[in-house]
Design a protein around this ligand. Structure first.
Ligand code: NAD
Length: 510
């Protein structure tokens, strides 16, 4: 694979502008640049100009202006635009997938999978653009009619994390656009080039359809110059932020201070329960993929394995065998199972976390050490046995560390352990026992936004609403009726009679 040819086909250069209003690329008014290094081999991929506060101001003004135009375009026509973008993504799936893999470090399969997810959400949105339904209600007053409508919000700000550098933006941007909004995207500073590539492809579609500047905007910049101004800006009608719980708490507080709307997709601490009635053959690959896939850098990665004591030894031995056979190296080589962490800081975070885990009483039975492969940020995924809950187990450490913990007694015991953390994103139970599976999915079962039976915690389809509870932020994105967060609801009551009855039977005679 020739990365330079891929960069060229995606319209990327050694030095790139980092601000787009959809159809135009703008120079930054500052002098700072981001350098994007590949975690695969430590090589510099390219420079991107960093935006200033003034640049942000230019972008928000354009976005607000264009949102007034776009809200009048019929939703099915907005959907047709998104369908065309999906077609362009199809043509560039291999190139864009390879760049995701090279800049972020996930496997080529997962990089292409991320682009496929974008294509899928474009298709979903094409249909959804004809289904932004409101309800009708029966009025209590004679000759009156009540119904509700959904109107665009205006401008949606999208803040995204490094680990899904483009799919999370696509979930937000496609739905926000068909709902009649303009968008401003602030991607992670760690993965700016994949964002630029998405906009190079998008601008072809926007130009062809003569869409005015400012409908879809991209701005690469720091938290100080772009993140905070966007969060604090009353002209931004919804802030959709994906990232750590630490970031979410800041964003939620600042948006709430101006009584704005936020949609939060934050950290997880996902458990997989292996019950005494589990099919172990299914549970082992689910655990391994969940814990080491994307090198443990998915919000849905499996971090805790809660294993019934009858199976503990078998599962531990099977995991040890699987971990020893993992091939770690360049994610661009499809023979490898595990790629790098995002950067050297993440490698250090893992080392510090393991030290703390040991101090708190955890037993590291495999892995954890950094590997000096090809100048990249590689580590050996770690397995840790815990006999009791330790403080580190309650934190999301965004690296491949899997805690193994035995439980005894009923599935309720395991559910209690699973729910005993601050986060509430994804959860899974492996069991062929109907009473156990129904208990897990009942009101007193898993407290997570995602609860699976006999499949792992990691990975989700675009058709369902994605998100979680508690410190995960409570937001829902992607499928089902998640689109409602990107619109405002209006209740309408119409009188077609010749009298004026008041609600609740109130009499008011003049
Ligand atoms: P991060 O919180 O460091 O950064 C995420 C984004 O927020 C970046 O664009 C960053 O620049 C921006 N940001 C940070 N502080 C900000 C502030 N004060 N104001 C405005 N913007 C700010 O997260 P990360 O390291 O990029 O990603 C990993 C985290 O994201 C993990 O916790 C993971 O679980 C979470 N995540 C959650 C989901 C989900 O859907 N729940 C999906 C992907 C990642």
């Amino acid at each position: 694979m020739n990365i330079n040819e891929i960069l060229e086909r995606l319209g990327l250069h050694a030095k790139n502008k980092g601000i787009s209003t959809g159809t135009e690329w703008l120079f930054s008014s500052g002098k700072d640049c981001y350098e994007s290094y590949s975690p695969v081999n430590g090589k510099l991929i390219g420079f991107v100009e960093a935006a200033t506060k003034n640049d942000y101001e230019k972008v928000i003004v354009k976005a607000k202006e264009t949102s007034l135009y776009w809200r009048k375009i019929p939703a099915p026509l907005r959907g047709a635009l998104i369908r065309e973008y999906g077609e362009v993504l199809r043509q560039y799936k291999d190139d864009l997938g390879a760049l995701v893999s090279y800049e972020m470090g996930k496997s080529l399969q997962e990089g292409k999978g991320e682009v496929q997810e974008m294509i899928d959400i474009c298709e979903f949105c094409t249909g959804l653009s004809r289904q932004l339904h409101g309800l009708t209600m029966h009025s209590e007053r004679p000759e009156h009619r009540m119904y509700e409508q959904w109107h665009p919000l205006g401008v949606v700000g999208i803040i995204s994390a490094f680990n899904f550098p483009i799919a999370v933006w696509a979930w937000n941007f496609t739905i926000a656009t068909i709902c009649g909004n303009a968008t401003i995207w602030k991607p992670s500073e760690k993965t700016p080039l994949t964002a630029l590539a998405c906009f190079n492809l998008l601008s072809k579609v926007l130009k062809k359809n003569k869409i005015p500047e400012g409908l879809c905007n991209l701005i690469i910049g720091s938290v100080e110059n772009v993140g905070i101004p966007l969060v604090d800006d009353r002209r931004v009608d919804l802030v959709s932020a994906t990232g750590s719980t630490r970031m979410g708490k800041i964003v939620a507080t600042r948006v709430a201070a101006r009584l704005g709307k936020s949609l939060l997709e934050l950290g997880g601490n996902n458990a997989l329960i292996v019950s005494e009635h589990a099919n172990i053959k299914l549970a082992i690959p689910a655990l391994v993929f969940g814990a080491v896939g994307t090198c443990g850098q998915r919000c849905t990665s499996t971090r805790r394995a809660l294993i019934h004591e009858t199976h503990f030894k078998t599962v531990k031995n099977a995991l040890l065998k699987a971990y020893k056979s993992l091939s770690i190296g360049s994610p661009l080589d499809e023979k490898n199972n595990v790629g790098p962490l995002i950067d050297k800081d993440a490698v250090n975070t893992m080392q510090q976390a393991l030290k703390k885990i040991k101090q708190e009483g955890g037993e590291i039975i495999y892995g954890g050490e950094p590997l000096d492969n090809e100048g990249g940020c590689y580590v050996k995924p770690a397995l840790v046995i815990l006999e009791k809950i330790i403080p580190m187990m309650k934190e999301e450490t965004f690296v491949p560390i899997l805690y193994l913990m035995p439980y005894s007694g009923s599935v309720e015991e395991a559910i209690k352990l699973q729910n005993d953390v601050d986060q509430g994103l994804s959860s899974a139970l492996f069991s062929n026992n109907f009473i156990e599976t129904e208990t897990f999915l009942s009101h007193s079962g898993s407290d997570c936004g995602i609860a699976n039976i006999n499949i792992g915690t990691s990975g989700a389809e675009i058709g369902g609403a994605f998100g979680g509870e508690k410190d995960t932020g409570g937001g829902r994105e992607s499928g089902s009726d998640a689109w409602k967060a990107y619109m405002r609801r209006q209740t309408n009551t119409l009188n077609f009679g010749d009298s004026l009855p008041f609600a609740q039977g109130i009499l008011f005679d003049l």
